[in-house]
Ligand binder design. Structure first.
Ligand code: FAD
Length: 472
């Protein structure tokens, strides 16, 4: 009689190397059936993350095939699909790597208890971040709310060795699989998908290439170059980390090796990786950070929450007339990414100068970013708005004009993304008009707004007045 298989349920861990759940499934000695489910959590994603997740899953399917295995694609509620597969294959166990955002936790907790009640071994593993959120505690046994002490608590820790790719025992027969192309995960991208695609680096090999190139060429100058908007001074690994095409641990050890070699930017890189862990630490301990003001007193602040307001539309469409903000919003629409400093600037402009609720920005980023991460996005928005645990104080308002002078000194970033103000317009700036929906009615030959919808000084004053007159 053939041995009962085990399922490996992949979600955001599209890699063969350093994959604890896949290794555990293989070490059980049973045949392993990898499965990806287009489930109730995937259904909630915005356009770009949903599309990019599908591309990542397909690339992982190819990598598994090259390794003598397969990826079974199924669609439906996660628990129903897993139960159906267990029924079809006689599987006795399901392994997966843990996720920590509220939607994933709700799903996974329900799946785990239901499968256990069915007599199936349901085993979750640590693989998405460096340190499990409950293993990092303050002296009094609580969780950290501020980044620097969190960094000090983890910087000397050993996240464990990177696991090699396992041999994956195949079952005698494979269950049926959907064709993920039929799921049309790109449909919400409309014509944008074609424009964004060349900027992506999909799959484990591409992720490893990015890390290698960054360690060879980028890390030494990283500490200074990472803030220059026009330079390609950062690793771009967020896209791969978010789909688990490379492990945070592999990046950590690469950073540690660079430290040993005396590369000057190495510690800054490790600190940034730890910001990602910190975001998950906060999301795990206070899941409400993804949906409401972390500091609840901010509920009384007079945010504009109306998505249809002209200011919101102008911000989303990159035509506020504040050049650095518009350049950044267009960069995101064309590439699916935005420079970190630009993210802080556009978030500050929306929440402070325009006094719009950070949730409007959070949702828009979730729709547009190919590196969308539920924890980092929520932390970034609440940090920028002033409503988060470790936030910049509300009275510290980024001035978009002086920030542009400092971080885009020669205007190269603005020229790269704004067609209306450059002569001749760059190809990247022009490509924005190919990516956006026709219904926005924008053209490269339009006049650029002669005045910003809210000036740096007036916006700052209005926000500070509202803050000072707050009744909390
Ligand atoms: P690098 O500078 O090369 O850094 C290496 C890695 O460290 C990154 O890949 C990332 O995983 C991590 N990292 C760096 N900066 C941060 C940070 N501030 N917070 C958390 N992790 C960090 N990051 C996302 O991955 N997804 C998001 O959805 C996201 N939304 C954001 C929203 C706002 C409003 C802000 C201010 C920041 C957001 N960030 C988000 C954080 C940051 O902007 C990106 O991680 C960074 O720009 C990614 O580029 P990189 O990979 O080249 O980073």
């Amino acid at each position: 009689m053939s041995q009962a298989p085990v399922l490996y349920w992949t979600r955001r861990d599209f890699r063969l190397s350093d994959n604890p759940a896949l290794v555990a499934a293989c070490e059980s000695g049973a045949p392993v059936i990898p499965v990806f489910i287009c489930d109730e959590v995937v259904a909630t994603h915005g356009a770009a993350p949903k599309w990019r997740l599908g591309l990542g899953a397909e690339a992982f399917g190819e990598a598994l095939s090259d390794a003598g295995s397969r990826l079974v694609f199924r669609r439906g509620k996660a628990l129903d699909v897993l139960r159906a597969l267990i029924e079809e294959t006689g599987a006795v166990a399901v392994h997966w790597n843990r996720l920590y955002d509220p939607d994933s936790r709700t799903r996974d907790e329900a799946v785990k208890s239901a499968l256990k009640a069915d007599g199936i071994a349901a085993v979750s593993h640590a693989g998405h971040i460096l340190f499990e959120p409950w293993t990092v505690e303050t002296g009094s046994g609580g969780f950290y709310k501020v980044y620097t002490p969190f960094w000090k608590a983890v910087r000397g820790r050993d996240p464990g060795a990177v696991l090699p790719p396992p041999d994956i025992p195949a079952p005698q027969s494979w269950p049926e699989s959907d064709d993920p192309a039929d799921w049309a995960l790109a449909s919400d991208m409309r014509r944008g998908a074609e424009i964004v695609r060349p900027y992506l680096a999909v799959g484990e090999e591409a992720a490893r290439g990015r890390l290698g190139a960054f360690m060879a060429n980028g890390i030494d100058a990283y500490a200074e170059a990472r803030d220059d908007l026009a330079k390609d001074g950062t690793s771009h690994l967020s896209e791969n980390l978010t789909y688990g095409e490379i492990s945070a641990r592999a990046c950590w050890w690469a950073g540690q090796r660079a430290m040993d070699e005396g590369k000057t930017g190495a510690e800054t890189f490790l600190k940034e990786l730890v910001w990602r862990d910190f975001a998950y630490h906060l999301v795990y301990h206070t899941p409400r950070i993804t949906s409401g003001n972390w500091r609840e007193e901010w509920d009384a602040f007079p945010w504009n929450e109306d998505e249809r307001k002209a200011e919101v539309k102008a911000w989303k469409q990159g035509r506020t007339g504040m050049q650095i903000v518009d350049a950044a919003m267009r960069e995101m629409y064309v590439t699916g990414r935005m420079h970190n400093r630009a993210r802080m600037l556009v978030a500050s402009y929306l929440t402070k100068h325009l006094m719009c609720h950070w949730k409007i920005g959070l949702d828009w980023f979730e729709d547009c970013l190919v590196d969308w991460d539920p924890a980092s996005n929520a932390m970034g928005w609440q940090w920028s708005a002033g409503s988060g645990p470790d936030a910049t104080p509300y009275f510290r308002v980024f001035n978009p004009v002086t920030q542009a002078e400092k971080f885009d000194k020669h205007g190269r970033y603005r020229r790269r993304w704004l067609a209306e103000t450059s002569n001749p317009a760059t190809d990247t700036a022009k490509s924005y008009f190919d990516a956006i929906p026709e219904s926005w009615g924008m053209s490269a030959s339009d006049d650029y707004p002669s005045e910003p919808i809210m000036s740096a000084s007036e916006g700052r004053k209005r926000a500070l007045d509202a803050y000072e007159n707050r009744d909390f």
